[in-house]
Design a protein around this ligand. Structure first.
Ligand code: UDP
Ligand code: MG
Length: 336
């Protein structure tokens, strides 16, 4: 396939401090790669700072800059999803706004795509400026992921990657509410490759992932791509059933052969609490899956928009339901 147009998809949540710089760096690259047409698709994920104003001002002057404004904060993964629905490029580069991922890597990525790869993952070689805690939790997450799931999630790859339009079309048809992009990329197939880069420190501002968001993200990753937590419950119950049977046999022998009656209230109560605990734990694991069925069953749109800038609806070929809904209200939007 020939690549003529490149789309950068940039989720932004309260990134007003970094936007002018990332815009400067990306326009510089666009100048160097003059053979390609560029599109800078910013997804404003319900920011509460000046992100909106800054993006609108840039879009006013440069029509390669396109903006989707979410009506509320939906999270990084949803912002990526929306960006992919609206992207019109032949090659798409998903990148964080904070310049931890160098946008210049697009050149290497394009080389790989020309070689015939359809997904190019960027893997971080080092991660300066990250706390020990962040590195440790990230490590634990990848380990848990690979133990519980049969799909391989590439270690130390965030959401910085390039892919071709057919890949985008395939992924856009995955509409699960609890999305975990890395997991989706690991199941879709296609020809994939990894390139390495050194991660920079955040250009400005601070991480938008609180511990709670990180935890939610990790649980999502595991529950959405593996049913093994349920299987672990089954093994647990076999183990308990087995040991309680053995214990029952022993008490029978104690009673009828040795004629000793157990005075052990304490052990009984301890056991009771232990078993109740395990029960509740298992119920909560099953419950987590049921919650997902429930939320999936509601079939709410994944995101909804407050406003757009420079989006040409005629150009967009995704048939995502969210876009259909936006088109219905198109006239009320201030888009040109
Ligand atoms: N982000 C977002 N919505 C959120 C949280 C983050 O769109 O609710 C964006 C954020 O603006 C950035 C990217 O996702 O472009 C990655 O976030 P961040 O750099 O804070 O995460 P980290 O690099 O610390 O994992
Ligand atoms: Mg970051």
């Amino acid at each position: 396939v020939e690549i003529r147009k490149i789309t950068y998809v940039i989720p932004c949540y309260n990134e007003s401090d970094v936007l002018p710089e990332i815009y400067r760096r990306m326009t510089h690259i666009a100048g160097e790669l003059a053979a390609y047409e560029f599109e800078f698709l910013f997804v404003n994920d319900g920011s509460s700072d000046r992100t909106s104003e800054i993006l609108n001002a840039v879009a006013e002057k440069d029509n390669r800059v396109k903006v989707l404004h979410f009506a509320r904060n939906e999270g990084h993964q949803m912002a990526l999803t929306a960006g992919m629905d609206f992207a019109t490029g032949d090659a798409i580069v998903a990148i964080d706004a904070d310049l931890q991922d160098p946008p210049e890597l697009v050149k290497e990525m394009l080389e790989k795509i020309k070689e015939g790869f359809e997904v190019v993952h960027a893997q971080r070689r080092k991660r300066p400026g990250e706390t020990f805690w962040k590195l440790f939790t990230a490590w634990l997450f990848y380990k848990l992921m690979s133990w519980t799931s049969s799909y391989r999630v590439i270690e130390n790859c965030g959401d910085f990657r390039a892919f071709t339009r057919p890949v985008l079309m395939a992924i856009s048809s995955f509409r699960e509410r609890h999305r975990f992009m890395r997991g989706i990329f690991s199941v879709i197939g296609f020809r994939q490759c990894i390139i390495q880069y050194d991660r920079d420190v955040r250009y400005a501002g601070k991480t938008k992932y609180s511990f709670r968001k990180m935890l939610g993200f990790a649980i999502n990753g595991i529950l959405s791509f593996s049913a093994s937590p349920i299987k672990i419950i089954a093994w647990f119950s076999f183990l308990l059933l087995g040991s309680s049977l053995i214990y029952f046999g022993k008490s029978l022998v104690d009673h009828f052969v040795y004629k000793v009656t157990a005075p052990g209230w304490t052990s009984l109560v301890t056991l009771l609490i232990f078993l109740t605990g395990i029960n509740l734990c298992c119920l909560s694991i099953i419950g987590s899956y049921i919650i997902r069925i429930f939320e999936q069953g509601q079939r709410r749109p994944l995101y909804w928009l407050r406003d757009t800038k420079n989006i040409n609806f005629a150009e967009i070929d995704s048939n995502a339901r969210e876009i259909e809904e936006v088109k219905l209200y198109y006239n009320t939007f201030s888009s040109k």
